[in-house]
Design a protein around this ligand. Structure first.
Ligand SMILES: NC(=O)c1ccc[n+]([C@@H]2O[C@H](COP(=O)([O-])OP(=O)(O)OC[C@H]3O[C@@H](n4cnc5c(N)ncnc54)[C@H](OP(=O)(O)O)[C@@H]3O)[C@@H](O)[C@H]2O)c1
Length: 177
């Protein structure tokens, strides 16, 4: 059982710019549309736990639903899921520990945790086992931070680091203590 973060981050630690924009994720040209390891990562995951804001961003992209695994959207305000997503997306709420426990009991053992506040909640609850960070060489100067305050230090071990498209550093860190 493990909880993973897989996310694109700016050099200054943001995951969205001040306008919630994500265009900067495409700063580095990807002429052959390489998937940069995302499909292989998704193979390791049983389900996604996604914050409501990230869910609304993904829905806003339109087009085909991008996830092959069930998505559990954390929200205390969202009342319903769009009808076309009802067999793929489910609402969930509670503390990170309760959310993880409830999904683990349903057989979803390896979870992809996504969305700024959601990731921060899981980190604060000491529930993240692995961070896969793709650092894009851009300074956004403000926006949604990936990391927030933590009650204690968390030590990770660097398992691998590779340069993608000659510009993006993708680093895999596993929690050590
Ligand atoms: N760079 C990347 O690769 C990347 C990846 C993912 C997201 N993003 C961006 O990050 C931004 C979204 O991040 P965000 O910080 O706004 O947060 P978020 O985690 O996507 O959404 C926050 C919302 O999730 C709900 N939530 C979180 N934890 C909860 C819990 N334990 N129980 C119930 N509900 C919970 C709350 O919704 P309610 O208010 O409804 O209660 C909260 O307001 C978007 O702009 C998105 O595009 C970027």
């Amino acid at each position: 059982m493990a909880n993973y973060v897989y996310i694109g981050v700016s050099l200054d630690g943001y995951i969205a710019d001040r306008n919630n924009g994500l265009d900067w994720l495409n700063t580095v040209p990807n002429p052959h549309n390489e998937d940069l390891g995302f499909a292989a990562f998704m193979e390791r995951v049983d389900a996604l736990v996604m914050g409501r804001n990230t869910f609304e961003t993904v829905v806003g992209f339109g087009g085909e639903w991008p996830y092959s695994k069930p998505v559990f959207v954390c929200s205390r305000t969202l009342k319903d899921i769009p009808v076309q997503l009802k067999d793929k997306v489910f609402l969930i709420q509670g503390s990170p520990k309760e959310i993880m426990g409830s999904l683990n009991r349903k057989g979803y053992e390896n979870l992809y945790i996504d969305g700024g506040r959601t990731i921060q909640g899981f980190l604060k609850a000491d529930l993240i086992d692995e961070l896969i960070l793709s650092t894009i060489p851009v300074l956004l100067g403000g926006g949604t931070s990936l990391f927030g305050d933590l009650p204690e230090h968390q030590v990770y071990e660097l398992i691998s680091s590779e340069v993608l498209l000659n510009q993006i550093v993708s680093s895999r860190y596993v929690r050590r203590s």
